[in-house]
Design a protein around this ligand. Structure first.
Ligand code: PLP
Length: 339
């Protein structure tokens, strides 16, 4: 039930009263003009005046359900997302679902939205689990209760042009993460601080931002929401995850695939100067899969890299997508069929 009451003296404000009778909460929402929207939402319990808030604790996950060539729906390494959520929850003083509860929730969400999973090669169902503290608390303390939600949405391929190379901008003013912070876990607070750097880079015509370590401003860390690799000869290197880099599941999978393909894979500190000698650079993440980097601009100097059909990044991309969509036999037990 929603009631509209005009509220004096704020004549341009509308007051919505929504009664969630089943759950025993009232919600009052004030809305000003359509353009400038000040929303003040107050939840209070029918009898007690208890503030119902979402606490500062929050973690998310990102994963995809794919439709294989034979019609089967698969998840890719969902146990890894479950484990990462548990690690993050420990850092954030939150309880977390068990691995089985997590996988079951994700499976049920994917199955309930089965008809929205695009055909093979056309996209996937993006799944976004969210764990947040909730309950009546305003003080700085762990929340009294926690909410675990799973959102899902069909998505096309991340890049409109298919595998269009990224043009990255090296940021040495803003940082994504600092030692001892929460950059190494998938905290909901990780993305907001990089929006400014991203929008500045986009305004200058770049696709995304490559961050350096915040202590020495010297070593590569990662891109806003994906990990980075560089190729030189037969060696593929990626920054070691030591707390300020998000340990991507795509990163982990590509390390294994590249080793299987005969590359020497190194996880180590990579000084930004090494970009000058790199043959190829690419990014990995659930959203981008394996994305070639065409150029990186650092202090006004633009460095270009090999991309295209003959590149190593394309070979790694095809192998990973092949496993995910069932074109290549999954000998590693990475895909989990769910119907
Ligand atoms: C999610 C995320 C990644 C990629 O992780 P995947 O498990 O491969 O999707 C990389 N960096 C950041 C900052 C992220 O939030």
């Amino acid at each position: 039930m929603t009631q509209l009451i005009s509220l004096q003296p704020f004549s341009n404000w509308k007051l919505y009263m929504i009664s969630f009778s089943q759950i025993g909460f009232w919600q009052i929402r004030f809305t000003t003009s359509a353009k400038f929207k000040l929303e003040l939402v107050i939840f209070f319990k029918k009898k007690n005046i208890a503030n119902h808030t979402i606490s500062t604790q929050g973690l998310f996950e990102g994963m995809k359900a794919y439709r294989k060539e034979d019609g089967q729906l698969v998840l890719f390494r969902p146990d890894q997302n479950a484990i990462r959520l548990q690690t993050g929850a420990e850092r954030m003083c939150m309880p977390s679902p068990s691995i089985d509860q997590f996988i079951d929730a994700v499976k049920q969400t994917a199955l309930a939205n089965k008809r929205w999973v695009p055909p093979p090669g056309k996209g996937s169902l993006y799944i976004r689990p969210l764990l947040v503290g909730s309950g009546p608390i305003l003080g700085l303390a762990p929340a009294p209760e926690y909410t675990f939600l799973v959102f899902a949405s069909p998505v096309g391929n991340y890049f409109k042009e298919g595998l269009a190379p990224l043009n990255l901008y090296v940021e040495d003013e803003f940082h994504r993460a600092t030692p001892g912070g929460a950059g190494g876990v998938k905290a909901i607070s990780n993305y907001a601080p990089v929006l400014k750097a991203i929008s500045r880079a986009k305004n200058r015509g770049f696709s995304d931002v490559l961050y350096l370590d915040s202590v020495n401003k010297k070593n590569l860390e990662e891109v806003s929401s994906c990990n980075i690799f560089i190729l030189k000869g037969n060696i593929i290197s990626t920054p070691a995850t030591s707390g300020t880099i998000l340990a991507g599941i795509t990163r982990k999978s590509i390390i294994e695939i590249a080793s299987d393909c005969g590359f020497q894979v190194e996880e180590r500190a990579i000084p930004v100067d090494e970009l000058l000698e790199a043959d190829e650079v690419f990014c990995t993440g659930t959203a981008v899969v394996v994305a070639p980097v065409g150029s990186i601009t650092y202090r006004g100097k633009r460095i270009e890299f090999k991309t295209g059909a003959q590149s190593v990044s394309r070979e790694l991309y095809s192998t990973l997508v092949g496993i995910q969509t069932g074109l290549i036999k999954d000998n590693k037990g990475w895909t989990v069929e769910i119907n």
